[in-house]
Structures are given as structure tokens and as C-alpha cells.
Design a protein around this ligand. Sequence first.
Ligand code: IVH
Length: 671
Amino acid sequence: MSSRTSSPATRVDELRASLNAALIAYHAEDDPIMSDEDYDRLYDELVAIEEEHPELVIGDSPTQRVGSAPSERFRKVEHLVAMGSLDKVTSEETLVKFAEDVRKRLGTDEPIAYLAEPKIDGLAVSLLYEQGRYVRGATRGDGQRGEDVTPNLRTIKAIPLAMKSGDGTSQPALVEIRGEVFMPLSGFVAFTERQAAEGKRAAPNPRNAAAGSVRQLDPAITAGRPLSIWTYGVGQAKGVEFESQWEILQWLRAHGFRTNPFAERLESIEEVARAAVEWETRRAELDYEIDGIVIKVDSLDQQRRLGALHGRPRWARAYKWAPITAQTKLRKIHIRVGRTGALNPWAELEPVQVGGVTVSNATLHNEADINRKDLRAGDTVIVQRAGDVIPQVVGPVLPHARGSRRFRMPACCPLCGTEIVKPEGEVMHRCPNRACPSRGLETLIHWVQAAMDIEGVGEQFVRRLWDHGLLRSMPDLYRLTPEQLSELEGYGEISSRKAIESIAESKAQPFSRVLFGLNIPKTGWVLARNLARRFGSVDALLEASQEDLEAVEGIGPDRAELIAEWFADDENRKLVEELRSLGLQMAAGEAERPVDGPLTGNQYVITGTLEAWSRDEAKASLEALGAKISESVSKKTTGVVVGESPGSKLAKAQKLGVPVLSEDDLRALIG
Ligand code: IVH
């Protein structure tokens, strides 16, 4: 190609063809055919020729992506085929109902295949091409009529201005391409930072950012935004025919449009259900937000026979999830001193909807974590919540709030004023004062909620009684009178009596729960239960030596020392005696007593999926014979039972030389 030998008209044609092909290869095919430098060089050459020969400038020239003058308002345009909307399903059950409805309406036993693809959280658009040239772009609007955003969409390089010729045949006379314009997450972060730097309000999420960007009256603004598109359908088409949704996707791809690589054609609704589950976990890996998957009956003939109701096709559904990130203001960083003295920072947030629930606070772990993210009071932050996971503050949206400072833990305990310590090698700051009021309060909250699980008596109850000076320790709880309670606002005779009754009932809770509630250092629920089983009573524990304790699974020398110290302390001994005299369980009950059987003293670990038993069944059978089941493999492990697709525990067993048992071995063992 040489600019000197060909006429300007031929040369612009050549340049346009090369540049358009390069854009399609780069955006739609992820397979660049030209370096950035070469692209820029050819582009500059084209600009130069067009400046000299304005008569050669046409609408689908790559130079014409930006350049239309801002408009006053958007013209309305009629879609040739309406842009419908989708009914939702939100569970496997409703998904199956949909499939049953499809099956019923189609009547026969004919096979029904489905197409499943990500539901992009962006802005639906319709692109009109005549003879392969982009002539009009519109938003969805009300489905019948949208807004004419032709110049704005032209600025998106992932939208071809001239379609690729596919198999080399001529282009269809007319075709409406349907797709979703979106802002990639990486682009959204950069865009948000830029907006903030310029003192402009940032969009709350990528979808709003994309929609706002497309609906700019000045296309030059749209051009500066990081937008892209996934196309997924065809509206009106003249000169081309399709038989299936899958075929449409292939055709779009062949003509230079971006189609989502994760679209799948599936043979049954069960496979669709599996894909939906898989997608919810894979969602976080994508560089764009999806709010579900779209499921379509693949055959267009079946689609036509199913039809639509009020613009919502009977052949498609959106399987939707709740959004998982949101932005809000971090009002303040608070410190809560836990029952172990650890300083737990938490964020007070301006309430915001994330993943279908309102979030108004989130834990912040520790000082190092806060500073790694550089979170500051007053900042706008991104909050994330996935599945059952507790909300997390992911990071600030920069710049920081004006006049803000890096976070520092207080030097003194906010409750008792004692100087805070941070033991060497630990991440948590601690209030070393064992009499710190907050420790007492948190221990009580732990007692009523986690340990004794007292019905109707929770954190609020404890806090109020604490504030009224009615409650300082666990024994106080069992000495409360209805008269004392009725002094409190909101406690009538009935509610007072109820609370006192359920407190009294908690005396019957098993010994292991009492141990858990005592707030013995480093003693969580599992260890408390093991201690109860191994020692059988509080008296045995009061006499246990450090060596005795070390013999228990999960207790190393450090822990044994802390636990022995706790039981040797006079105040703690007094507490135990007081609780005993009030009638709490100080010896292991039937369920906690170690079973004596042929496998007593043996410890097993179960890993992988078993065929004939669930893990709980296998566990219960072994325990009934006196064995113990543990979660991790150690030298103390007697054997590792290995099922289908075992994890790292098998490798660990092999490394330590611990015997490996098959499911057959297990059967032989249990008999
Ligand atoms: S197909 C009859 N496929 O979801 C409508 N839509 O409520 C057929 N969307 O307005 C739409 N990703 O904005 C389809 N892969 C996809 C989609 C998708 C996102 C949006 C689109 C539409 C809305 C349907």
C-alpha cells in the first residue's frame, strides 16, 4: 500500500478498510492484527487526506467516531422490532417451572435446547445497519421507542461502523443488532477516580456510569468514557435468516461484533441450573458486572410458537442475583474492645443496599488492614457482599475526604484508659486491663448469645442492664428479680417474667457451653467441647496440670499454660463456685461423655466425598464406636478416610505417614 501511487479516493478506502478490520480484530476477536503505532500512523494519514478532500468524508470512516456536534435533546426513534424485557426467575425451582411451562406449550416430546449467557448489567441498545453500514443507534427506551444516540454509540470502538463480511457474501440489506453497552470494572475504577479528582460526583455503579455516558448530549464526552458492548441478538433482519439463537451468535461474531465468550448451548434445564450456580461463583472473576444469566430457548421456531405476553417473551428468563457491590460514605471508624481485650475496629457506614440487604456497618479487622487499604473517616468507600459473606469494605474511592488522616489505633483504651499494647508478632492491639469494663460487658454478651443461647435475651438486653448497673457478671444474671427488670422502660410484668424464666432455663445447658461461656483464653467452641469430653467435670479441670491439658487434641504448650493459669486464678475459681451454687452444669452430661468402644483413643480424619455415606453419617458411626473425628491431619491421627476428590489432607497424611483408608476399609472398620 502506498499513498503516492493510488488516488486519494482509493487510498481512503484502503485506509478505512484496514483501520476497521484492525478495530474488529482488537475489540471483537481479541486477536490484534496491527500494532498501536501502525494504527495511529494509518489513522493520521486518513485524517490528513480527509482534511484535504472533505468530499471523501463519509459516516463510517473511523475518523468520524467523534465529531458530531452536541445536540439539544435526543430524537425519538421507533424500533423496527420491539425490544422486550425479561421475566425473572430467582431460584432453581422457578427455573424448572419455566421449563415445564415451555414444555407444556410446545406440547410434544421434541427436544428443547437452551442458550445461557451472562446477563450484562449495562444499557440495552439497538444498532441499525444498512448494507453492512452503521446508520443508527438507539437506547431501548420503553421498548417500542428509544432515544436516538447514533453519534454517541459511534464513539464506542467496539461497535463496528462497517460490518465484517463474514463468509465473504454481501451484507444484508438491513439488520437491527441488539446488545448491552457496559463499562468494564477496571475502566469504572479509573473513571471514578478521574471524576473525583475533578471534583465531580461519581456514578454509584458501572451500570449508571455506562447509561450516563451514552446519554450525553455531547458525543465528545461519551468518547472519553471507557465503554464496550456485548451483542446478543437480532431484531428486524432483511437479507439474512436464522434458525437459532446460537446461530445468531456465530453470525454476529463472524460479522465483527463482540459476543460473550461464555454463552453456552445446553441440552436440558438441569444443565442450565448447574450453569446458573457456577456463574454466581465465577461472577467475581469478570471485568464487568453481571446481575444474573439470561436463558433463552435456542430454536427460533420454538420461540415463535411460544410467543410473548406484554412484550415479555415466554421463551426467555433472566435468572437474577442481587448486586454485590455498592458505594457509600464511611462515617466513622469505631473501636470495640472484645471479650479477650482485642481492639476490633469497625466502620459506621451511611446505610446502603448491597446484595439485597441494608448494610450500615462492617468490621475492619485491624489497624494494618485499614492502612493497607488506606481507609479514612469521611471517605466514599466500596462495600462488597457476596453470598452469605459478611459485608466488607473493599477500599476507598479516591481522593480521600478533605482534611482526612491515616487511621491510627488509640494509644489508650477508649473504655478504661489503660495503655494499649500490641504483642510482638500479633496484628491485634489489646487492652491489657483484665478488669476493663468492656471486657466484662462483651463476656456477658458472649455468655447470653453464643454460649448459653438464652431465648429473648440478647445484646440489647445486656447493654441496658449494664448501663443501669444491674449486671456486672454472669452470676448477677441468675439473681435478677422481676422488680429490678420492671424498673426498665419497656419491661412489663410479662416480658420481665419471660426473660427471667429463660435465664433460669439456661441453667440446664450442658457443661461444654458453660466452659465456652467462661471466656477462657484461646478456648473456642470446639476446644470447650473437647475439654468437657476429656475431663468430664470442672473439678477435674481445676486440678489439671499443664501436661494433662497438652494431651488434649488442639492444645499446644502455649495454650495449655494459658488455660492452666486461668483455672489457677482465685477470681476465676470464685466465679466457677458461684455459678455452681446457682445451679449451672459443672459436669459433662450423657451426650458429652466420651463413649467407650473398640475405637476409643483413635482419631480419624475424613476427606473427599464418600459414596455410601454422607460425611455426618460416617462421623456419627465412628464416634459411636468411641473414635474421635478431627478436621486436620496430624501425627496423632490414626487414619485418614479418603473419598472421591480428596483435598490436601490426603497429601498431608502421605507426608506424615498416616495410614490412608478407603471407603471399603471404613466399612470393614464399622462393620
Ligand atoms: S436478551 C426480550 N440477553 O436484560 C428481551 N438481554 O430484561 C431479550 N440484558 O433489556 C433480551 N444481557 O438490557 C438479553 N445476554 C443478554 C442480556 C440482556 C443483559 C438486558 C437487556 C434487556 C434486559 C432484559
